[in-house]
Ligand binder design. Structure first.
Ligand code: HEM
Length: 431
């Protein structure tokens, strides 16, 4: 990849490696591999290195050339001794770094929307940091969870702030992910060759919602307890749903085992999966670069290009600083309540509802009250999600750089469904 980028950037044609003479394991003579002066010949080095047969076994097996004539073909006199030390060891990364240095982002009137991916990432980083701090005092058992939350909130220095920031950042992360998803949808950023950015992004959203769902129960308060009871009841009507619910609850009902399951999902499985998928998503962002809306290039609507490093990233950082300010403001001025400790035997309080990002689905379930309505709602939501994730593959017009108004209308309908239903739950139950 790196070499391709390098060649693409410089217009070099990759040199075909010469077949190795039988038994020839050593790199070619120094003269053949020695790079020219750094500025002019940087790209030439990997090509030359590639031309050297690097395997004694043949058959295309890559073997790092330990005996290479020049330990660092990219030697750069401007680097500090420490920089050179690392460069010598990671020299294969140089074409990638070179590519990233050259990467540019188009500027146009919708550029603003490209900051929401970075903001989502920022709130996720805040989640990791504050989550790790909360873990130092949180006790994931039904007997101690609630008390440990009270302790964090009242006794641990700045514990209240960390908890509030964690709770608010979770909400902001999901909100930013939604804004990011719809903005990339309406700009048709999912079109070829960015299909996998869309698919991996959607998986990230599902994982983020999973974080919200599993985290909700952790304080072990009444509201969360009964909301989890209701929430985990829903899939039971679908085929195989009861099995899934059994795994989630760790038994017939929501109980201490459910807390253990939710805790392990929240702090081990989901973060691991999210980081894996996020790495793929961000790698694709780097490799494929940032898209521009359909027709912008042709009609001269691109005002110019700016460097990703450092210009775009510096602007991203301004967004992060604003996001951080908002986060601290919300945490201090609008703190989340702890509520009362969950007791399985007490009656469910009135007005049980999930977190706001599940309200649209919750309202749909409430609307379809006829016999089998829940199953219909689950089927509709599942089919909807499958179509949504497959949009890049269905919208052939966008992939051939033509406007696709039908998909814009589809996106508007999905957005309207989410907003209207969310508002209806708010109007009925309040915040
Ligand atoms: C944890 C959640 C997510 C994080 C941290 C994240 C991060 C990012 C970042 C930093 C970018 C580059 C800057 C930008 O274009 O905004 C990006 C691009 C992109 N993301 Fe996400 N993303 C997330 C979720 C999603 C979701 C839910 C979708 C859609 C279903 C999505 C689809 C895309 C697409 C298509 C691009 C390419 C934009 C373009 O080049 O025009 N992402 N993402």
């Amino acid at each position: 990849m790196a070499e391709n980028n390098q060649n693409a950037a410089t217009g070099n044609t990759p040199v075909k490696p010469k077949p190795a003479a039988p038994g020839a394991a050593k790199p070619a003579a120094p003269g053949a591999a020695k790079p020219a002066a750094p500025a002019a010949a940087k790209p030439a080095a990997p090509v030359a290195a590639k031309a050297q047969p690097s395997t004694s076994t043949g058959g295309g097996v890559y073997k790092p050339p330990v005996d290479r004539p020049d330990p660092n073909p990219y030697k750069d006199s401007r680097l500090s001794p420490l920089g050179s030390w690392f460069q010598e060891r990671f020299y294969v990364m140089m074409p990638v770094i070179d590519y990233l240095k050259k990467k540019e982002v188009p500027q146009h009137r919708l550029s603003f929307w490209y900051y929401f991916g970075g903001l989502t990432l920022f709130f996720f980083i805040i989640q990791i940091v504050t989550g790790l701090l909360l873990l130092q005092y949180y006790k994931p058992t039904a007997a101690e969870a609630f008390a440990s939350f009270v302790f964090i909130q009242q006794e641990v220095p700045f514990g209240w702030l960390i908890r509030q920031v964690h709770a608010w950042s979770a909400n902001l992360m999901v909100m930013m992910a939604f804004i990011h998803m719809f903005s990339t949808f309406f700009m048709k950023s999912y079109r070829k060759p960015r299909e996998l950015m869309w698919v991996s992004g959607f998986v990230l959203l599902v994982l983020s919602l999973g974080f919200g769902f599993t985290g909700y129960l952790l304080p072990w308060n009444e509201l969360a307890f009964f909301a989890t009871q209701v929430g985990t009841e829903v899939p039971k009507v679908a085929p195989g749903g009861a099995f899934l619910v059994g795994i989630l609850r760790g038994g017939e009902e929501v109980g201490p085992e459910t807390l253990t399951r939710m805790f392990s999902l929240h702090v081990v499985l989901l973060p691991g999966l999210l980081m894996l998928v996020l790495s793929a998503h961000l790698l694709l962002v780097q490799v494929l670069g940032t898209s521009a809306p359909i027709g912008y290039k042709e009609s001269g609507m691109i005002k110019g290009y700016e460097k990703f490093f450092p210009t775009f990233l510096a602007k991203d950082a301004i967004g992060w600083i604003i996001g951080f300010g908002l986060l601290v403001y919300l945490a201090v001025v609008f703190p989340w309540e702890i509520g009362v400790k969950a007791e399985a035997l007490t009656a469910a309080p009135v007005g049980i509802k999930p977190e706001w990002y599940f309200w649209a689905q919750f309202q749909l379930l409430k609307d379809l009250t006829f016999e089998g309505g829940e199953l219909v709602a689950i089927a509709l939501l599942t089919v909807g999600a499958i179509v949504w994730i497959l949009v890049p593959f269905i919208d052939r017009q966008a992939s051939s750089e033509q406007k696709s108004p039908l998909f814009t209308i589809f996106g508007l309908l999905v957005l309207a469904f989410l907003l209207i239903n969310t508002y209806r739950v708010y109007a009925e139950y309040g915040w």
